[in-house]
Design a protein around this ligand. Structure first.
Ligand SMILES: Nc1ncnc2c1ncn2[C@@H]1O[C@H](COP(=O)(O)OP(=O)(O)OP(=O)(O)O)[C@@H](O)[C@H]1O
Length: 341
């Protein structure tokens, strides 16, 4: 069965289904295959984490979903199916600047970026910035939108929201600004919230609180979430499912507990050993993943992890198949095809 069929057959109630997504960039130095054959399902009311080292293609995947990459220089192929009831729309067939995409992008799929300082406009009040999103996408009056902004600030844990709604970003701490970004992301009650490294720019001591809040709100708002992170410790707190990316491909996908307790792909195993996991490997030595990520212009032929893998499989120069190691848990590795040397 192909990876695409395996992912397509998953029983979950799908909200977004990515099929054979390829996002390549044409640059003067050559072609960058940033995303190179990704298949992924985001079920309804579920939080999916996309993890991997820097440069693996996580952000490019999310920007492809949001229609944020101009073509050219990007060249995007495959399908990104967004399900609305029984119908699905292939987002890649819509004009990224057209009304239909803008409607979906604002109302149904929203995105929170890494750095709240650059995402918030310093010259407008927090309230105005939340209201702007509400007014653009709903029929609410200004007064109603302000009430909704206050409600949202309260939901994301801002004390005295009625007073703080009229304050400016510089009057908020880094953690508070990130909470405001979450409020903006949820302002239109989206079905999918994409969060790109939402806690990277904030102090480590307050990260856990923000992640807990995101998980609570994801459940309360019955939204799905695609959380992008290079940190498996972060993912453990919020994700129901995890997709591990390496050099433009998803190499393992499964329930968060399966990924943590029975990782299959050598890259996932290495990631788990290299990253401190909250409350689990405190005090232990962390291992560094050997070698470096290959140059994106020179991706190895066949198994992309071969240059860093301890298992030198005989078939490593051929593309590994996607294997379902148990229902819903898949990995792209020759080891599970009896190719262990
Ligand atoms: N506009 C672009 N033009 C050319 N190459 C690009 C462009 N955007 C991204 N890339 C390349 O695509 C690859 C994947 O980048 P991407 O930003 O998706 O990685 P990432 O996994 O999100 O990493 P990080 O955690 O550092 O954000 C990288 O090699 C990057 O240099």
């Amino acid at each position: 069965m192909s990876a695409e069929d395996m992912v397509a057959n998953m029983k979950d109630d799908k909200l977004l289904e990515i099929k054979s997504l390829r996002t390549h960039f044409h640059t003067p130095e050559g072609k960058v295959r940033a995303v190179d054959g990704v298949d992924l399902v985001i079920p309804r009311n579920t939080s999916v984490a996309l993890v991997g080292e820097s440069g693996s293609g996580k952000s490019v995947t999310s920007k492809s979903i949001m229609g944020l990459l101009p073509q050219p220089p990007a060249e995007i192929t495959g399908e990104i199916l967004y399900y609305q009831g029984d119908q699905s729309i292939n987002l890649l067939e819509l004009d990224p600047d057209g009304d239909e995409y803008s409607q979906i992008r604002g109302n149904e799929i929203s995105m929170i970026f890494q750095d709240p300082m650059t995402s918030l406009n310093p010259v407008f009040t927090i309230g105005n910035q939340i209201m702007e999103v509400i007014l653009r996408h709903t029929d609410l009056t200004k007064a109603e939108a302000k009430e909704r902004a206050i409600e949202l600030l309260d939901k994301v844990g801002i004390a005295n929201p009625r007073q703080r709604v009229d304050e400016y970003p510089h009057q908020f701490s880094g953690g508070m600004r990130q909470r405001v970004m979450i409020a903006i992301g949820l302002a239109c009650n989206p079905t999918l919230l994409i969060a790109d490294e939402p806690t990277t720019a904030i102090d480590v001591t307050i990260q856990a609180g923000i992640l807990e809040l995101m998980k609570e709100l994801q459940e309360e708002f019955k939204t799905s979430m695609l959380m992008i992170s290079h940190d498996l410790g972060v993912v453990a707190q919020v994700a129901d499912k995890v997709a591990v990316m390496y050099l433009g491909e998803v190499v393992e996908y499964g329930d968060v507990l399966d990924i943590f307790h029975s990782p299959q792909h050598p890259y996932t195993k290495a990631l788990l050993k290299s990253i401190p996991i909250l409350g689990q490997n405190r005090g232990r030595e962390f291992e560094v993943i050997e070698g470096t990520v290959p140059d994106p212009f020179n991706i190895p032929v066949g198994c992309r992890f071969q240059t860093r893998c301890n298992n030198q499989c005989p078939s490593k120069y051929q593309n590994p198949p996607m294997i379902e190691v148990k229902p819903g848990h898949i990995t792209k590795c020759w080891l599970y095809k009896g190719d262990e040397s």
